[in-house]
Ligand binder design. Structure first.
Ligand SMILES: NCc1[nH]cc(CCC(=O)O)c1CC(=O)O
Length: 306
């Protein structure tokens, strides 16, 4: 295989990510040609409704998968956080890249930190996870829907529609917009999304023999284990995409440490769990963390929002 065609959303962030994978692939596989094909997905076109209402995060990825199925492209580059816990069976993750900063960022033009916001201040987010965390720890703040790509969201903040917005640090850094970050929100409260800050390469399972060896060269093994634990937890919970869920694994003293949240979108209950174990047992750690949440009562949330 001499040439790889990458399919990507054509937002600036997605294109940066596709280019990053392209450069990594070329330096790991000298002589390889890599092309990038950008497309606008439905999720990018419809900006006036919450993602949950128009079909969830899946909207962004289905159209990329369609291009893989029809072999108009060889690989798809995604933010891992946008991929569902279970991929459709025709597809596999062929590579997980090294994690960028996984935290959420507080972005505002008038306030230096979230704790400075006055009662009733308007905070923009479209994430069920960020909303649940805000309702739990900052009930005095008002949450207002904020959609669109990174530039659109920042423009809406600058227009004065919001007092502050919450965005992933990783996306801002990738676009050279790190100076917009006022504070990095602590992972103890703002537990990051499963896979946040991580790029993943998806391929057709049937093309594994042809593509896998070339792609595995850009995999980061440590990140792969950490997000393996996070995604196993998510898979085990089998939560629908409108249920607020967080999962964040990191290494501490050679142990894998996983923290998680699952909450009720209607703001009735909020469950957290933390678990530490041998990094080689990352799948068991993910499952055990899910069992802790379920034993606590999270089962009831899952039943309600299937
Ligand atoms: N929800 C969209 C999305 N998907 C991935 C990122 C950021 C990059 C990443 O987490 O890898 C973002 C933007 C955001 O949440 O602010």
């Amino acid at each position: 295989m001499q040439k790889i065609r990458i399919i990507s959303r054509n937002s600036q962030l997605a294109m940066w990510q596709a280019n990053h994978v392209k450069e990594k692939l070329i330096s790991a596989n000298p002589g390889l040609f890599v092309d990038i094909i950008g497309i606008t997905t439905e999720g990018d076109r419809i900006l006036d409704k919450s993602l949950e209402k128009i079909g969830g995060k899946g909207l962004f990825i289905k159209e990329l998968e369609y291009q893989l199925l029809h072999e108009n492209a060889d690989i798809a580059v995604h933010s891992l956080k946008d991929l569902p816990a279970k991929l459709p069976e025709e597809f596999i993750l062929a590579a997980i890249l090294e994690r960028e900063d996984p935290h959420d960022a507080f972005v505002s033009n008038n306030y230096q930190s979230i704790d400075e916001l006055p009662d009733g201040a308007i905070v923009g987010t479209s994430s069920a996870r960020r909303s649940a965390i805000l309702r739990k720890y900052y009930p005095q703040l008002e949450i207002k829907l904020l959609r669109g790509n990174l530039q659109t969201r920042l423009a809406k903040l600058d227009n004065g529609d919001y007092d502050a917005i919450i965005l992933a640090v990783a996306g801002l850094k990738r676009l050279g917009l790190a100076e917009r970050i006022k504070t990095i929100l602590p992972a103890k409260i703002f537990v990051p999304a499963i896979g946040q800050g991580v790029l993943a390469v998806e391929i057709l399972a049937s093309r594994k023999n042809e593509l896998l060896s070339l792609l595995k060269k850009i995999e980061d093994i440590d990140t792969s284990r950490l997000v393996g634990a996070e995604r196993e937890m998510g898979r085990f919970m089998n939560a629908s995409c409108n249920v607020p869920i967080a999962g964040y694994a990191r290494m501490e003293n050679n142990q894998l440490h996983l923290s998680a949240i699952i909450a009720d979108p209607d703001n009735v209950s909020f469950y957290t769990a933390e678990i530490t174990g041998d990094p080689d047992s990352y799948l068991q750690i993910g499952q055990e963390c899910a069992r802790l949440l379920l034993a606590d009562g999270a089962q009831e949330i899952l039943g309600k929002y299937l």
